[in-house]
Design a protein around this ligand. Structure first.
Ligand code: DGJ
Length: 765
């Protein structure tokens, strides 16, 4: 295991516990040498006019672990692309088919590329040749960016050094491996070693260039209140993919690409994953070319991006996490879950139980006072809820969403006695207190905007468009970041605040900053994201015990970048248990359950008007962070009485859910009837099965289906969690071996009615 350079073969092998990734260095040919025209020779040199080029870096292999490295045939450099052909292979036809590790623009590789530049003279060609490499223990930090981390004991990093000799532009390709995980973290650093500025117009972070294996492309698409639904399509010729130019990772597309061999299931088929650790504009592209090759790429979206790199300066592109599974989607999921839990999330809460919170958003919206919040808190504390979160509406004259963003001063008409009184009263109830912020925004109707109309992102002379009646603060400007920071600290230091929900409710448009010169305007979106990262880094450093939850109009900035700062992210503004099945299935495909913000809310549901049993809502929220979002003083007695049982359920099962392995059994999105998944602890001594029957069929049989993830040789007692008394009660008569449960299956009777749920608990006997 580990990273090795095989000097004789000129091959780098990057081995993880179960995968190998091979990179081959291929010399460019001497143009005067015609001898390499033979086909089938072992000559590893390309032919053609390549006098400026020292060596191409080729992608040889990524897949199941292999031992051999002398595999020049994988790069096909001795194959003519055209038959018949006079010169057999010249430079352009070579470049147009060679599996490039990091393809560049303008030199004859006409497929989609990873990197584009513009010189002072206006030229765009970029040709990278291999210079050398560095291997180090551990993983260097990416300056100003979120990234996976590891120690010198559990992590290793390869840096391939490439350069364009004409431009004196150095490009470093980074690959990090983790001894306990199959993920590979890739990133790119560009250094201008020349004497003139260079404009980077595109710097993607990773590329996978390989043969098409009859791939399907899996992406996560959505909208507000409908985030991260799974979509699969065959990969056709040309381009397909996902992207965002909204300034955030977005509700609409997720920065993830899955390439699956056709028909791959949870257990079978090959699956490649690319996931971008970034929270702004992105592109994730798959290109199927003329020779049935596939190029998958991911990185910062080139639209509205142009970074001026002065001599001596460096630019770091965020990282992409690559995964490969030879055993279907399930192994990919568990690989990402473990990687993010162990090497991305940093919060003190990451391995700790989170306080069960009650949020007043769906309970009161903007219409609340200290008295109302304390009524909710009093009732909540009686039922075992541990934290009150005060959502939007506590500052300035924020009586609705048309005003006051930026005026981060407590509205003492609403909150009589101020924040310190409210928080101390909540603390007296034995509860923690949390608060909502939307630090990146400014309302036109705010004191802040009246004082600083130029603080909003806008194009001079053009009326900026509103969204949710607000503008975005120009966080590329230092003084604005400092204002936001001062306000955040002031509020957080004014009372015992133990949780912050950081919201962001609109996208970026009308891109203009009065501080950026014309040739740096294309830096705005990335600089904005860097500023958000800087603010959140300062926040978690200054308040290390704070529980931070990111949010963006629901789940528009649910991405690995945000996960580096907050151990949980609000999944969606749709809290309906049935809609959540699809949202949470898509989210859990990549993200650990411990980071999916999920609450039990009131019915009829505020997003869809649906009625679902309180019990079912509890099971669905339990497999996220778990909390409540309702007016506990107004819900029915019956529902309220169930809360202590759900609280007990949470305490009993949360650590298993947040740290266990996730197995998907059935998907309501696929079958339109039922949803089912299991969570098994690492020792395989305990497991949970969540079963949601969305639609009841008339005149139907029970369902028998196989369990997953258990140990075949362990015998399990099975219990059903009885929500009426909050206890495990025996389910079925016998205890069974895991092999029986996973092969013969388990039987679940049809439940009476729609939207019913149940939970089974397996305990090793
Ligand atoms: C969007 C969030 O997703 C909601 O939970 C709530 O906090 C509102 N914003 C408040 O404006």
């Amino acid at each position: 295991m580990g990273i090795t350079y095989h000097e004789k073969e000129r091959v780098f092998s990057i081995d993880t516990p179960n995968t190998s990734y091979l990179i081959g260095i291929v010399d460019a040919a001497d143009p005067t040498d015609g001898s390499s025209a033979d086909t089938g020779s072992k000559d590893t040199r390309a032919r053609g006019n390549s006098s400026v080029c020292g060596g191409y870096v080729g992608h040889m292999y990524y897949g199941k672990r292999i031992r051999d490295v002398e595999l020049p045939y994988l790069l096909r450099i001795d194959e003519p692309p055209y038959v018949p052909s006079v010169n057999q292979r010249d430079k352009l036809s070579f470049l147009d088919s060679f599996p490039m590790e990091y393809p560049t623009h303008g030199i004859g590789d006409f497929r989609e590329d990873c990197m584009e530049v513009r010189t002072k003279a206006g030229h765009t060609a970029l040709e990278l040749s291999y210079v050398g490499y560095e291997l180090q223990k551990g993983k260097p930090k990416l300056e100003g960016l979120p990234a996976t981390f590891g120690t010198e004991e559990d992590c290793e990093t390869l840096c391939l050094i490439l350069e364009d000799r004409v431009l004196s532009l150095k490009v470093e390709l980074y690959y990090s491996t983790f001894s306990d995980n199959d993920g590979i973290a890739r990133s790119v650093r560009v250094i201008n070693e020349g004497s003139e500025e260079i404009y980077l117009t595109k710097v993607l972070s990773a590329c996978l260039d390989m043969d098409n294996k009859d791939f399907e492309l899996l992406t996560l698409h959505g909208s507000w209140a409908r985030e991260r639904h799974i979509q699969r399509n065959p990969v056709g010729y040309g381009f397909q993919g996902v992207s965002s130019v909204r300034g955030e990772s977005s509700h609409q597309h997720h920065p993830f690409l899955g390439l699956l061999t056709r028909g791959a299931t949870q257990e079978e088929g090959e699956v490649y994953g690319l996931h971008f650790v970034y929270s702004g504009n992105f592109t994730g592209l798959v290109y199927r070319g003329q020779f049935d090759n596939i190029r998958a790429m991911m990185g910062i979206n080139g639209s509205d991006f142009c970074w001026k790199l002065l001599p001596g300066e460096a630019f770091t592109a965020p990282e992409v996490i690559l995964t490969y599974s030879a055993h279907g989607l399930g192994d990919m999921t568990r690989c990402y879950h473990d990687l993010y839990r162990n090497h991305l999330i940093r919060s003190r809460y990451k391995d700790r139980k989170r306080p069960i919170l009650i949020n007043n958003w769906e309970a009161t919206y903007f219409d609340f006072t200290t008295e109302k919040l304390l009524d909710i808190a009093k009732e909540a504390s009686k039922q075992g809820i541990e934290m009150l979160v005060m959502d939007d509406g506590w500052f300035g004259n924020r009586c609705d969403d048309n005003r006051a963003l930026g005026d981060w001063f407590v509205n003492e008409d609403k909150l009589k006695g101020g924040l310190s009184y409210l928080v101390s009263e909540v603390n007296k109830l034995g509860m923690k207190f949390g608060i909502w912020f939307e630090p990146e925004m400014i309302s036109p109707d705010s004191d802040l905007y009246r004082a600083h109309p130029d603080w909003a992102i806008a194009v001079p002379g053009r009326e900026a468009g509103l969204c949710r009646c607000q503008y975005v603060l120009d966080l590329t400007r230092k003084e604005i970041v400092e204002y936001v920071w001062e306000r955040l600290c002031n509020i957080l230091e004014s009372a015992n605040i133990e949780y912050v929900k950081w919201d962001m409710n609109r996208q970026l448009a009308d891109l203009g900053s009065i501080d950026l010169p014309a040739d740096r305007m294309g830096e705005l979106c990335h600089r904005y994201v860097l500023a958000v990262y800087e603010l959140q880094e300062r926040l978690v450093t200054k308040f290390p015990d704070l529980l931070l939850e990111n949010c963006s109009g629901g789940g528009a900035r649910f991405d690995p970048g945000m996960l580096y700062y907050s151990p949980q992210i609000w999944c969606s503004d749709d809290t309906d248990a049935i809609e959540r099945l699809m949202i949470q299935e898509g989210t859990a495909l990549i993200y650990p359950l411990s980071c999916m913000g999920a609450h039990v809310s009131d019915c009829p549901n505020h997003a869809v008007g649906r009625m679902t049993p309180f019990e079912t809502r509890g099971y669905v929220a339990l497999t996220g962070t778990f909390g409540y979002e309702l007016d506990i003083t107004k819900i029915s007695e019956e529902d309220r009485n169930m809360i202590p049982k759900q609280v007990k359920m949470y305490h009993k099962f949360h650590m298993l859910i947040s740290q266990g392995d996730y197995y998907r059994i059935a998907s309501y999105a696929d079958n339109h009837e039922w949803d089912c998944y299991m969570i098994v602890n690492k020792e395989k001594t305990e497991a949970l099965l969540i079963y949601i029957q969305v639609l009841r069929q008339p005149n139907c049989h029970s369902r028998i289906f196989p369990c997953k993830g258990l140990s075949p040789d362990k015998k399990y007692e099975i219990f059903r969690y009885d929500m009426k008394n909050g206890e495990d009660t025996p389910f079925g008569s016998a205890s069974l071996y895991g092999e029986t449960l996973m092969n013969a299956g388990i039987r679940i009777e049809s439940l009476w009615g729609d939207h019913q749920g149940m939970m089974l608990h397996f305990v090793e006997q």
